[in-house]
Design a protein around this ligand. Structure first.
Ligand SMILES: Nc1ncnc2c1ncn2[C@@H]1O[C@H](COP(=O)(O)OP(=O)(O)O)[C@@H](O)[C@H]1O
Ligand SMILES: [Mg+2]
Length: 255
């Protein structure tokens, strides 16, 4: 690689980590990580429990700070100091456990943080008909058919539908980067297939997708690039067409 690289912002990766390390006290959990997520591509991060995958997601989403190294957004170095900054840049994260708020309606979940408002005199209200309209549009963009009316509580959705609603929110608000921590781990095969379909729609709409998983088959199915993390280090980078499940599992386990 040449020492001087000039890149315009349209060809630069949407999100890039350069020599990123992370310590928790004396423990180093990430070691000089280099990775790039590009528009219209799916980057899959694979690794065993404790490899550092969730720490990576927390750094990329602004929940945790980098100890050392650089965070670049569309070719420019940024200080990723908080989740708010990530949101403002359109870096949307679907966390594994908190994908949606069960006690809010499906529609409300989809517009969360970007609620359409209606003013009446000095007061502002949530514009519920508009929220419902936006929610329906978001779900239909993804080709998602949920079994419920969008005014029902999200608690009534199945696990796969919850992930789809969370992805719909990210896609609807035009996220530049969609990040998902183990979106299929708790799902039955058919549901997982639907979630992978939704991810493919986000990719085709030009978003840079980062998906964390430890399901080798899902990685092979959806990835443009696979990065394997072991003990806080990237130990391999591969394209699905150039590898096999056997090779992947060797890299993941380190045997
Ligand atoms: N807040 C923390 N303080 C100290 N160690 C942590 C903290 N969070 C994670 N770790 C450690 O960092 C390592 C990577 O964890 P994590 O990123 O959750 O892995 P993964 O998501 O791949 O299972 C683990 O050894 C874990 O114990
Ligand atoms: Mg994890």
């Amino acid at each position: 690689m040449s020492a001087v690289m000039s890149r315009d912002s349209s060809s630069a990766p949407v999100v890039e980590l350069e020599n990123v390390s992370k310590w928790y006290g004396p423990t180093q959990v990430l070691k000089s990580i280099n990775l790039q997520a590009n528009a219209g591509k799916v980057l899959v991060i694979l690794g065993d429990n404790g490899a550092g995958k969730s720490t990576l997601v927390k750094i990329l989403s602004g929940v945790e700070r980098i100890s050392e190294g650089n965070y670049l957004f569309k070719g420019s170095r940024i200080e990723m100091r908080s989740p708010r900054i990530a949101r403002e840049l359109g870096i949307a994260t679907v966390f594994q456990d908190l994908a949606i708020c069960p006690m809010l309606s499906i529609a409300r979940n989809i517009v969360l943080g970007n609620e359409p408002k209606r003013r009446v005199g000095p007061l502002t209200f949530l514009d519920m008909p508009e929220a419902r309209r936006q929610a329906r549009a978001a779900l239909s963009q993804l080709g998602v058919n949920i079994s419920r009316d969008e005014t029902e509580l999200a608690a009534r959705l199945s696990g796969g539908e919850r992930q789809s609603v969370a992805i719909a929110r990210a896609v609807h608000f035009g996220a530049s980067c969609l990040m998902l921590d183990e979106p299929t781990s708790a799902l039955a095969v058919r549901q997982a297939g639907k979630v992978l379909d939704s991810i493919a729609v986000a990719r085709d709409r030009g978003q840079a997708v980062i998906m964390i998983t430890h399901n080798f088959n899902h990685a092979m199915e959806i990835a443009d690039q696979i990065v394997i993390v072991r003990q806080g280090e990237i130990v391999s980078r591969m394209k699905p067409a150039e590898t096999s499940i056997t090779e992947i599992s060797r890299f993941v386990s380190g045997s």
